[in-house]
Design a protein around this ligand. Structure first.
Ligand code: SF4
Length: 409
């Protein structure tokens, strides 16, 4: 293995650790850091991934590491990792004092724009790095009011915490079309539409209207969109998503073990035909969209590694891009305060997932097109193996750097 590749894999381990352990900091280091100006800020349209909420404090969504990997920004006041500032430069300081230079993502230009009805585009579509945008049409889930919401999910709590402060609301097809057109005009090339359950499950009509609006506003027939939906009662409506122009479909099964599914996803179990029906919906979708054009997420760490990998193997063999991104126990969810497995657990699942993908021939393009965020460890292994990362930043070439500010214990 080349020394560059070795360094990239070390950075992958760092990313897994930092994402899970989080980072703490003195909020004053963000004074004049221009988060929300030059740098992209977090917009809470669906979930909160920080361990500690931070209303009124603008934080970046990611840390960009020296070799180009992007780590989720997870604010955790009890973390052993500190973010420090030295002049204009930021450093991630590890428990042992090692200081790693980090950067923040540049803010997309469309974050400054408004739709024709005056809605801030940043509240309509979030930029998830590498040309991927994500639209959560609603920032609430009707399962909450029935007590059947998924135990790991904090969509309603996130709305209650940030909804008013950040102005995130229900999105209309025209707003989405205009925002996607603006994002694509500056280089975005994939989108996902998702959201919580709406009463009466009228999502199909809405998704069709959204697709028409995107096509009208972008002028694209194939806009490289993923429709993320719940398993429909009538599987034949899956064809409609394909007909109207979505390239890929996502139906998230969340956990593989059927008993865990019943316990963790009571609404999906009781109102949508149970786990067998979700699997049937995925199989049907492959028949419509094709192999490598249907994705299913499992929350990484809710069940044993063996069960997770069994699920990934079984679904992958059927042509479904099954993926298990690391679980971040969400504040406000029923599982708040729980812990995700060790970083090495997630790295091992990612490595084994890539091996399963290689067996069935899933390509980078298929993985990129089917996922809502191209930031998983699986994506990164593909990037490293296929030489898709940018040249490392210069600071890395000089080795470890220590910030001028004192590193507090
Ligand atoms: S269906 Fe489950 S995961 Fe999806 S928004 Fe509702 S509670 Fe959350």
């Amino acid at each position: 293995m080349s020394s560059l590749k070795e360094a990239q894999y070390r950075e992958l381990e760092l990313k897994a650790h930092v994402s899970q352990e989080g980072i703490t900091f003195d909020p004053a280091i963000f004074d004049h850091a221009d988060v929300g100006g030059e740098h992209q800020e977090q917009v809470h349209c669906l979930f909160e991934y920080d361990t500690d909420t931070h209303v009124g404090l603008e934080l970046p969504p990611y840390l960009v590491l020296p070799h180009g990997l992007v780590a989720l920004f997870n604010y955790n006041r009890r973390s052993p990792n500190r973010l420090e500032r030295d002049g204009k430069r930021f450093f991630l300081v590890r428990r042992d004092g090692e200081a790693i230079p980090v950067e923040f993502a540049k803010r997309p230009r469309y974050y400054r724009q408004e739709t024709s009805d005056g809605t801030q585009m940043r509240t309509v579509a979030v930029h998830n790095t590498d040309g991927v945008v994500f639209v959560a049409y609603s920032n609430e889930c009707s399962l909450k009011s029935t007590g059947k919401d998924c135990l790991f999910c904090n969509i309603n709590a996130t709305r209650d915490t940030y909804g008013d402060a950040e102005g995130v609301r229900w999105k209309y097809p025209r707003q989405i079309g205009e925002t996607i057109a603006a994002a694509y005009a500056e280089g975005a090339r994939h989108l996902t539409i998702s959201g919580g359950f709406v009463p009466e499950r009228r999502e199909v009509d809405y998704y069709l209207d959204v697709a028409e609006s995107i096509k009208e506003q972008t002028g694209l027939e194939d806009f490289n969109g993923t429709a993320c939906i719940g398993a429909p009662q009538d599987l034949s409506i899956i064809e409609k998503y394909k007909e109207v122009g979505y390239r890929t479909l996502a139906i998230n099964i969340e956990v593989w073990n059927e008993h865990f599914f019943r316990a963790y996803c009571p609404g999906k179990e009781q109102l949508c035909g149970g786990q067998k029906h979700w699997i049937a919906a995925l199989e049907h979708a492959v028949g419509v969209f094709g192999r490598g054009r249907v994705r299913s997420n499992m929350v990484g760490g809710l069940e044993s590694k063996q069960s997770t990998l069994e699920g990934i193997e079984a679904l992958t063999a059927k042509g479904i891009i099954a993926i298990s991104p690391a679980w971040f126990p969400n504040p406000g969810s029923a599982l708040e305060g729980h812990r995700s497995p060790e970083p090495e657990w997630h790295l091992d699942v990612a490595r084994k997932t890539v091996a399963l993908y290689r067996k069935v021939g899933f390509t980078w393009d298929q993985i990129y097109d089917a996922n809502a965020a191209p930031t998983t460890l699986v994506h990164d292994i593909y990037r490293i193996e296929e030489g898709r990362l940018p040249a490392p930043r210069k600071a890395q070439a000089t080795g470890t750097v220590r910030p001028a500010t004192e590193v507090r214990p």
